[in-house]
Design a protein around this ligand. Structure first.
Ligand code: ZN
Length: 223
């Protein structure tokens, strides 16, 4: 587990997270698979910090499967370690990274989209933002070269690298900082590559960074 940090560092973020920013449609193929246009500027939404829970090894995760399709979206998550100004570089801003899942109630979201309503009921339910242990951040260049993947019951369903992002890490932190503010304790879910799909009770999801499993969870139906 060469990417893992010391155990007293792991998970310390989850309890201290402030704002949870998420980027929608940041990978071209994912935008197209849902029939969306490719955006010309970052599309930002938020999840409640209460949606973020740590996952380690086969952590049970209860999700409201009775509300229609619940889709997995694997994403690189940035932990911001300082106040970001116009001069801050991405390498200065990021304290650590992790992999996370931006679980989405897709049927609920489709209804909300049709009505022009906010996405909170589709994106903000408890356990909808699980994150792995923090991984050492070795610079944006290194992140952009490192493949990540999601396996569902042993089969790769999503894979990508940050190099495939429409807006890169520097653009994302500058956009969020200048429009909404970005400080220590904030996190950014940076968008998901193509291959999103519904989960079922009993599914085992494995999150891999550079072909190494850094977290896994087992899906349960919430009451
Ligand atoms: Zn997402």
């Amino acid at each position: 587990m060469t990417h893992q940090l010391a155990s007293n560092y792991e998970h310390s973020f989850a309890a201290n997270i402030r704002n949870v920013y998420c980027i929608g449609r940041n990978y071209k193929l994912h935008a197209l698979e849902l029939g969306n246009e490719v955006p010309t500027k970052p599309m930002v939404f938020m999840k409640p910090s209460h949606s973020v829970v740590p996952i380690a090894e086969r952590t049970s995760l209860a999700l409201p499967l009775h509300q229609g399709a619940v889709h997995h979206e694997i994403e690189i998550v940035l932990y911001i370690g300082r106040e970001v100004t116009a001069e801050t570089t991405v390498d200065e801003a990021i304290e650590a990274i992790a992999l996370g899942l931006d679980f989405t109630l897709r049927d609920v979201q489709d209804t909300l989209k049709a009505k022009g309503h906010p996405w909170l009921p589709a994106k903000g339910v408890p356990n909808s933002g699980p994150i792995t242990n923090a991984l050492a951040f070795e610079g944006a260049e290194q992140v952009s070269r490192t493949p990540f993947a999601l396996l569902r019951n042993g089969e790769v369903v999503q894979q990508g690298t940050a190099a495939d992002m429409i807006f890169d890490l520097q653009q994302l932190i500058q956009f969020v900082a200048s429009n909404y503010g970005l400080r220590k304790g904030d996190v950014i879910f940076t968008g998901t590559p193509a291959g999103v799909g519904a989960v079922q009770a009993g599914d085992i999801l494995e999150l891999q960074w550079n072909s190494e499993t850094v977290g896994s969870c087992v899906i349960e139906a919430a009451q």
